[in-house]
Design a protein. Structure first.
Length: 296
């Protein structure tokens, strides 16, 4: 009888521990806060826009190609209720670190969060998003990394380009494959570096000031500062945040990369050939279409 009593006591204690574990697990699951999750998508078929958000052709004397995107970074993200909401007056949910180490204020590239397509860029508790109805997204892009085609002495190669499109970026160093670029200074919007994929060749340069396309369909009612890269896009359906959400909201920022790498041609053959003086003139994204889903 004593032995049976010991077995019963052990079984009771084990059952109690199991129930406690289940209870704690359930509490932890129920206590997970719903999040706003932001991801990027790159679309080579999305409409190619100009600074005013209107369809744009390639200018005479220029050529362009649709790059193969690898990664991207941004330093600012905002939800705006309507077309009259001025930059900064919406729900500003992200502002990346900046520094004056290079002299003037600049994005701190050493702290940039760089992601690939579909990877989570931001994950913000929905409790930090002001309740309201949002129709517009503003995202300030800062860095792009993608593959392009390149011609040298009549031979075509593949290469990788690092493109810095933020208003001003402090860079200690950065790399493309085994190629390292020591900068240790600020670089204004339009700085780029390039390296061939399979050959020991690299170069760097600067696109002209003001040449980077930054589509803003709200230019007449809600302008952006010159030299910034705050791309603006409208939700097809209004995003409503009530403050009572129990599930995640996933916002996808679809960026148009339709012929987004543009240069001034010397030989009119549609081939980028910097060795003969063909210079990069535009690396801006060509449009933003935001969308959202509510996770089940």
């Amino acid at each position: 009888m004593r032995t049976s009593g010991v077995y019963l006591l052990c079984a009771f204690l084990l059952l109690s521990l199991n129930l406690l574990f289940v209870s704690c697990s359930s509490d932890e699951t129920n206590s997970e806060e719903p999040m706003l999750i932001v991801k990027f998508n790159f679309d080579g078929n999305q409409q190619r826009l100009n600074n005013l958000g209107q369809p744009a052709a390639i200018p005479a004397g220029h050529a362009a190609q649709t790059p193969d995107f690898h990664t991207i970074s941004a330093h600012y993200f905002e939800l705006a209720p309507d077309m009259y909401t001025q930059l900064g007056d919406g729900s500003v949910l992200y502002h990346a670190p900046e520094t004056t180490q290079g002299g003037t204020n600049a994005i701190d590239f050493s702290q940039a969060k760089i992601v690939s397509e579909g990877e989570t860029f931001l994950k913000i508790p929905l409790s930090q998003v002001a309740s309201g109805n949002y129709n517009w997204v503003r995202v300030s892009l800062s860095y792009q990394n993608y593959s392009i085609k390149f011609r040298q002495a009549g031979v075509d190669y593949n290469g990788t380009l690092a493109s810095f499109v933020g208003f001003n970026t402090y860079i200690t160093s950065h790399s493309i494959g085994n190629n390292f670029f020591d900068v240790n200074a600020n670089r204004l919007q339009g700085y780029w570096a390039f390296a061939l994929d399979d050959y020991p060749y690299s170069s760097e340069g600067q696109a002209p000031a003001g040449a980077t396309t930054v589509p803003n369909p709200l230019a007449s009612t809600s302008p952006i500062p010159a030299g910034s890269c705050v791309v603006t896009g409208k939700f097809a359906n209004e995003l409503q945040i009530t403050g009572n959400e129990t599930k995640d909201v996933v916002v996808t920022l679809s960026l148009s990369i339709n012929k987004s790498f543009e240069w001034q041609e010397i030989t009119p053959d549609g081939k980028f050939e910097p060795s003969i003086g063909e210079n990069v003139v535009d690396m801006g994204l060509r449009g933003l279409i935001p969308s959202f889903t509510r996770e089940n």
